[in-house]
Design a protein around this ligand. Structure first.
Ligand code: SAM
Ligand code: SF4
Length: 475
C-alpha cells in the first residue's frame, strides 16, 4: 500500500547545510542509452544488496523508456538508494539531498526519490526534512518503483511506499539492468530475524523472507543462457535461506551448479551461527567459490554476548575448523566492529588475536555508531571515546595488513583461474578479474578475454591485488 501526499514545492529560500564528503557509488559506467522519455541517475550507498537493488530499479526505469544519465545534473529522475547501517552513510544521504534541492530549483520537473533503508527508517519525516522530495520507498517496495514513478509523472503527487511487508520479495528481478557481466547478483533472501543489538537492518529491511528455489533456478538458467558465468546469491542472512518447500542454501548451490554455463557460485552475507554442515559440505563442490565472508564482529566473548550474536569465539572457531578441514585453501573474510559499548583494551586485544588465529584474507572494519531502534542504542551507553575508536580501527587495519602481506607473497608463482570481468583500471593493455578466492588479478590481455576463465600465474603481490600472466588455455 502506498500513501499519496500532495506535492509541496521546494522552498526557494531553503539552503543546504549538509556536506557530502564521500561520493556514493553510481551504477558502473557504460555506453549512454537514450531513453525516449528522458534520463535517470541512481546514487547507491551500502552493501552489494543495495547495488543490486539499484540494478533492479534501473531495469524498471529503462522499461519505462528512460535512459541512463552521466550525472544527476543531466537527469530527469534522480534516486538515492540509501543505507543506514552506520551513521556516516545516513549523514551522506542528507548531504546529497541538499545538493539536489538546488538542482530541483533549476528544473522543477525533476523527480527526486529516496529509496532503501533511510526511506524505511524515516518515512514521512523525510518529506518534512526535504520538501523537494517526490518519492520515498522502502526496500520491500522496489518492485513497485515503475508504478510509483508513472503516478508521480501523471499526477505530480508525492508517493510514499514503506509498507514493511509484501509477498513480492525479489519480484521483477528478471527485469534488472545487469551491469556486472559476467557476474550476476541474485537476491535470494531479504530481511533479518536476528536482532543483533547494534544493527538496524531488521527494522529497515523487515523480517526474513526467501524466494522459492525453482524461481531462482529459472532466473539463473536464463542468465547463464545469456552468457553470465558467475552468480552471487545475496541476503542479509543468506545462509538462513529456506524456501516454503524446505530447500536450503546447500540445495540451491548444488542445483545451480548443475545448470549449463554456470561456472562459479558465491553467497553473502553469512551468519556464523547458521553455517550448517550441509552448507560446508556443499561448499566443497568445484563450482562453489573458495571464499567465504563470515562476519565475526569481535573476538571477545563478553562483547559478543552484549551484541547478542548467539555464538562464542570457540563456536566460531569450531566452524572455521570444519570449513578448513573440507576446504583447506578457502579465503575467509570478516566484519569487525570496534568500540562497541563497554569494549575494553583487553576485548580489543582478543579481536586482534582472532585475526591471527583465523588468518583472514580480508577484514571490513567499522567504528561502532548507535543506530535508531536498536537495543544497544537504547540500553548501552556509547562509552568508548571517538578517539579510542579511531585508534583501535587504525591499529586493527595496520595489524591485518601486516598479517596479510606474507600470505600474499606466498601466492606468487601459483596459477589461479581468473574470471575476467573488465579492463584493468591502471592500463588499457591489461584486463582484470577475480580468482575463486575473490582476489583481484590484473594481467596483460585484450578486451575479448572479458567473460572467460583464464589460468593466470601470479607474478607480483600488491597491496590489495595481484599481477600475473596467462599460463594456459582459456575457457
Ligand atoms: N548480516 C551480517 C552479519 O550478521 O554479520 C551483517 C550485515 S550488516 C548490514 C554489515 C556490517 O555492518 C556488519 O557486519 C557490521 O560489522 C557493520 N555494522 C552494523 N551495524 C553497525 C553499527 N551500528 N555500527 C558500526 N558498524 C555496524
Ligand atoms: Fe544485522 Fe545481525 Fe541481522 Fe546481520 S544478523 S543483518 S548484523 S541483525
Amino acid at each position: 500500500m502506498s500513501d499519496l501526499l500532495p506535492i509541496v514545492p521546494a522552498s526557494p529560500d531553503a539552503t543546504s547545510d549538509a556536506h557530502c564528503e564521500d561520493s556514493p557509488r553510481p551504477l558502473p559506467p557504460r555506453a549512454k542509452v537514450d531513453g525516449p522519455r528522458g534520463r535517470y541517475f541512481i546514487h547507491t550507498w551500502g552493501c552489494q544488496m543495495n547495488v543490486h537493488d539499484s540494478e533492479r530499479m534501473a531495469g524498471q526505469l529503462e522499461h519505462l523508456g528512460f535512459g541512463q544519465a552521466d550525472s544527476e545534473e543531466d537527469a530527469d529522475i534522480v534516486l538515492l538508494n540509501t543505507c543506514t547501517v552506520r551513521e556516516t552513510s545516513a549523514a551522506k544521504v542528507y548531504g546529497k539531498l541538499g545538493d539536489l534541492r538546488r538542482l530541483k530549483r533549476a528544473n522543477e520537473k525533476m523527480v527526486v526519490g529516496v529509496c532503501g533503508c533511510l526511506a524505511q527508517q524515516e518515512r514521512d519525516a523525510l518529506f518534512a526534512k526535504a520538501p523537494h522530495l517526490d518519492l520515498v520507498i522502502g526496500p520491500r517496495a522496489i518492485p513497485q518503483l515503475a508504478r510509483h514513478v508513472e503516478s508521480i509523472l501523471e499526477t505530480r503527487q508525492r508517493v510514499r511506499d514503506t509498507a514493511p511487508w509484501t509477498e513480492t520479495v525479489g519480484a521483477g528481478s528478471e527485469e534488472s539492468l545487469r551491469q556486472s557481466f559476467p557476474k550476476a547478483f541474485l537476491t535470494i533472501q531479504e530481511g533479518c530475524d536476528k536482532f543483533c543489538t547494534f544493527c538496524v537492518v531488521p527494522f529497515t529491511r523487515g523480517r526474513e523472507k526467501c524466494r522459492p528455489l525453482d524461481v531462482l533456478l529459472a532466473e539463473i538458467e536464463g542468465l547463464a543462457d545469456r552468457g553470465f558465468r558467475e552468480f552471487e546469491m545475496l541476503g542479509q542472512n543468506v545462509n538462513c535461506y529456506r524456501d516454503d518447500a524446505g530447500h536450503d542454501l546447500a540445495d540451491l548451490l548444488l542445483r545451480a551448479a548443475d545448470i549449463r554455463g554456470v561456472e562459479r557460485l558465491r553467497f553473502v552475507t553469512s551468519h556464523p551461527r547458521h553455517l550448517s554442515d550441509r552448507i560446508v559440505a556443499a561448499m566443497a563442490h568445484e563450482k562453489v567459490a573458495r571464499a567465504l565472508h563470515l562476519p565475526v564482529q569481535s573476538g571477545s566473548d563478553a562483547v559478543l554476548a552484549r551484541m547478542e550474536r548467539d555464538y562464542t569465539r570457540a563456536d566460531y572457531m569450531a566452524r572455521i575448523a570444519r570449513l578448513k578441514a573440507m576446504n583447506p585453501d578457502i579465503a575467509l573474510q570478516t566484519d569487525i566492529i570496534v568500540g562497541f559499548p563497554g569494549e575494553t583494551e583487553d576485548d580489543f586485544q582478543a579481536t586482534l588475536s582472532l585475526l591471527e588465529e583465523v588468518a583472514y584474507e580480508g577484514v571490513y572494519s567499522f567504528k561502532y555508531s548507535p543506530r535508531p531502534y536498536t537495543k544497544a542504542a537504547k540500553s548501552f551507553e556509547d562509552d568508548v571515546p571517538e578517539s579510542v575508536k579511531a585508534d583501535r580501527l587504525a591499529r586493527l587495519q595496520a595489524y591485518q595488513d601486516q598479517l596479510q602481506a606474507p600470505r600474499d607473497a606466498a601466492r606468487v608463482g601459483l596459477v589461479e583461474e581468473v574470471l575476467v570481468d573488465g579492463m584493468s583500471k591502471r592500463s588499457d593493455a591489461e584486463v582484470a578479474g577475480r580468482t575463486s578466492r575473490n582476489r583481484v588479478v590484473n594481467f596483460p590481455g585484450a578486451p575479448d578475454l572479458i567473460g572467460l576463465l583464464v589460468p593466470v600465474r601470479v607474478t607480483e603481490a600488491r597491496a590489495h591485488s595481484f599481477r600475473g600472466e596467462i599460463a594456459g588455455p582459456t575457457r
